[in-house]
Design a protein around this ligand. Structure first.
Ligand code: C5P
Length: 404
């Protein structure tokens, strides 16, 4: 259960249709124990009324920078200093532009300039506005300045179009706010994990895949979230439940997993590839179901791209951790993968038996990095994931401090 007990959140609402979801954000922040005060931009009041947000927040809502009565009660400087975090949901394209420029032409932006507290924005806008280079530049500048971006999601939009720009769901926003206050060793760090198998279609009903259950990757995502990281999990098809507070991107094929990883790479600081990515895919997937005619069937397979190696070879590569699932010569094979793929670390585990590895609840790992190694004894996957994460964090920190 997420706790924001005693935290004071300034919620800014700017003028977009997603403002109709802001009362739910307030409600959930309060459910988590936060005290919430709301500021609306003048255009936000075109979409919902201050009275609605007053009712759910339990405080009068401020809309006007020059309201003498409100200023006498709590001036805008005082109000800005009151907040432990400043959250804007929804943040329109216009609001982001003004925030980037440091404008203070309404109460909401003025408060952002005054406050020294962490700022989180949940963008919401038409998909074309979101994809416009101007918005992308504003986002990049705000990210570089430490502003936390939550969402947006993709899907059907109020304007009738389909694409990225839907405001993150209220519970995602609350999780992202909670991460601001997380104190773990990975607080605020961005961790990207791949998990599960991939499916390579042969025809519309058949595919090539493997026995990976995704358990190890999901356990690592939980452990990284517990340590305060902002976790994205790119997951092949599994039956695992979405870990709370983790952003999950579901994919099917290795090619989709590759694209999803590459999209996240720029902001990733630690990458862990636990996925059992299919090494090959059928060169052609048949459009219709292949019929049996009694004769032999030949499938020509072509190699998939190695996601892990591509991540390790990318410019500004994150701290890159691979997995080596082997049936024999565990350490020698893992050593050679560590070097060949130029990884910072590799976790090797035996597969093929029933007790550990693929699809089992327990696992044991030998973790190798250039110059050393460590054995993590057999344990349930979540406990093992926590131990592995500790080793990762130690190496990551020592690489960052340049003392490796
Ligand atoms: O070479 P091998 O497939 O055994 O390496 C396993 C490691 O490489 C795992 O971390 C797996 O996630 C990653 N991998 C990948 N893309 C591939 C194949 C493997 O990221 N196409």
């Amino acid at each position: 259960m997420i706790s924001l007990n005693g935290k004071r959140i300034l919620l800014l609402v700017s003028g977009g249709i997603a403002a109709y979801k802001s009362p739910d954000v307030v409600r959930r922040l309060r459910d988590a124990g936060a005290e919430v005060r709301v500021i609306m931009t003048p255009s936000a009041t075109e979409f919902i009324t201050p009275l609605t947000l007053q009712a759910v927040s339990g405080h009068a809502v401020r809309c006007d920078l020059f309201d003498p009565t409100a200023e006498a009660a709590m001036g805008h400087i005082e109000l800005a200093r009151w907040g432990d975090a400043v959250v804007t949901a929804p943040a329109t394209a216009d609001f982001l532009a003004r925030l980037r420029l440091g404008q203070a032409n309404d109460l909401a932006t003025a408060v952002c300039l005054v406050s020294a507290a962490p700022v989180l924005v949940a963008p919401a806008m038409n998909q074309q506005m979101w994809q416009h280079p101007a918005t992308a530049e504003n986002l990049a500048a705000l990210t570089a300045r430490g502003v936390i971006i939550c969402g947006p999601g993709s899907g059907s939009q109020a304007c009738g179009e389909v694409g990225p720009g839907r405001m993150a769901e209220a519970d995602e926003i609350v999780s992202a706010v909670a991460r601001i206050f997380a104190t773990g060793r990975l607080a605020g760090r961005r961790v990207l994990i791949t998990a599960g198998p991939t499916r390579e279609p042969i025809d519309p009903v058949r595919y090539i895949s493997n026995h990976s259950s995704g358990k190890m990757g999901y356990a690592l995502a939980i452990a990284a979230h517990e340590a305060g990281a902002l976790v994205t999990l790119v997951s092949g098809p599994t039956v695992q439940t979405k870990p709370e507070g983790v952003t999950v991107k579901s994919v099917e094929t290795a090619a989709e997993m590759y694209s999803a990883v590459m999209q996240e790479l720029e902001t990733t600081e630690i990458f862990v590839g636990t996925a059992a990515v299919a090494d090959y895919r059928p060169e052609f997937a048949s459009a219709g179901k292949i019929k049996r005619d009694g004769s032999a069937l030949e499938l020509r397979l072509v190699p998939n791209r190695d996601i892990l190696a591509a991540v390790a070879a990318s410019a500004n590569a994150p701290f890159t951790v691979g997995f080596a699932a082997e049936t024999d010569n565990l350490i020698a094979n893992a050593e050679s993968k560590l070097q060949r793929k130029k990884l910072d670390m590799i976790a090797a585990n035996l597969v093929g038996g029933h007790e550990i590895g693929f699809n089992s609840d327990d696992n044991e790992l030998t973790v190798l990095w250039p110059g050393s190694s460590k054995v993590l004894e057999r344990a349930p996957k979540l406990r093992l994931a926590r131990s592995l994460l500790e080793v990762i964090v130690e190496r990551f920190e020592s690489r960052n401090s340049g003392s490796n």
